[in-house]
Ligand binder design. Sequence first.
Ligand code: ZN
Ligand code: FE
Length: 255
Amino acid sequence: MTLELTIVPCLSDNYAWIIHEQATDTTAVIDVPDAAPILDVLKARGWRLNHILITHHHDDHIAGVEALAQMTGARVIGAAQDAARLPALSDAVAPGDRFPLGIQTVEVIDAPGHTLGHVAYYLAEAGLLFSGDSLMSWGCGRLFEGTPAQMHATLRRLAALPPETRICSGHEYTEANGRFALALEPGSPALVARMAEVRALRAEGKPSLPPTLAQELATNPFLRADDGLRRALGLPEGASALELFTEARARKDRF
Ligand code: ZN
Ligand code: FE
């Protein structure tokens, strides 16, 4: 069974993700910063859009939802908790819900921190996580609404998925995030190697996404809680994982 994943650059640095299941001719898009580039892909591939999945209410993730839904007749799926500030939903979902998408099952995962109603969508069989602005490539979203504890719990939940899971997030921020990681731990071989990979992709005009969860676990300062990172943050022995996260997030905000 083949599930095709297409990344669609939108606006200045946003990504929408299109998944297409050949067996059932089912197509979905995750987040719609802008309808036009998504329509272009659908048209070029001859795909009919069935579902629009929304991760969170920020304009750069939903601006094109209404236009795209109107033009394609796709069902719009988003968090019930945020229904009042999302475009009109055909299906309001809650964390823990599972719903079919062709022959795949999508699991809704609670992902607050960046916003309170933020959700992630996980397709276990395909090994895909659509994480919006929660867990991001080499980073995590800013805490606009949630507390450090909420985002930390979100990241712990997502970090427990299988390591081969591909993390499909909402922005091309990898290089900027990597500069922060390297400022904390200059010369760290794993970080230097990842930065070289990212820069090579970007130099060719290619997206640096999606990384695997394994890559994130090894290099993302918001997922790690090892002694090396603790020392880099100048925190005492015995500092908790939440304290490490809180300090790393505060420093990134000032970086
Ligand atoms: Zn956002
Ligand atoms: Fe965003």
